[in-house]
Design a protein around this ligand. Structure first.
Ligand SMILES: [Zn+2]
Length: 169
């Protein structure tokens, strides 16, 4: 099932998500739906709050279907180490049509549980490192625009307000 993507302005995007404790068939189904919804929206990462579900689950595929091994499920993820610096353009399915340069760590290790509840660690570089940080932020109720200047953030918020008024958001 393809879920519609929740857009900026919905409170679910700005509150911390709940820890997952049940690793059952419902979770499996939700994760399948999250991948389907992410691909349909042409994204490389999706966090559960972005489909209105306040649970600590994210899916990532920075290769966008190229490599099946690149499909990652992060349940209750935590960033356990960050190194270096990268600056690059970042966007979010919940803030469509906008992009900004965001400074992030270059190498990031995440500790998470898989769909069976097994704990694992995964280290990513460049785009994958960025995705780990972006998606984990989502689960903490934080959006990438919190990492840009207040001036740029306010400009985006003003533009979104106009779009909301025009019924285009
Ligand atoms: Zn996002």
């Amino acid at each position: 099932m393809i879920y519609p993507i929740v857009k900026f302005g919905e409170p679910v995007l700005e509150k911390p998500s709940a820890t997952v404790t049940q690793f059952d068939d419902d979770l499996r189904k939700l994760i399948d739906d999250m991948f389907e919804s992410m691909y349909a929206a042409r994204g490389v990462g999706l966090a559960a709050p972005q489909i209105g579900i306040s649970k600590r689950i994210a899916v990532v595929d920075v290769t966008f279907k190229e490599n099946p091994d690149a499909k990652l499920v992060l349940i209750n993820p935590e960033i356990i180490s960050k190194e270096g610096r990268q600056r690059g353009s970042e966007g979010c399915l919940s803030i469509p049509e906008f992009r900004e340069d965001v400074s992030r760590a270059k190498v990031v290790t995440v500790r998470a549980q898989d769909v069976t509840g097994k704990v694992f660690e995964h280290t990513g570089e460049d785009l994958l490192a960025r995705a780990f940080l972006h998606e984990t932020d989502h689960l903490n109720g934080k959006l990438y625009i919190s990492h840009i200047s207040a001036l740029k953030r306010d400009l985006i918020k003003r533009k979104i307000k106009k779009l909301v008024k025009a019924g285009e958001w």
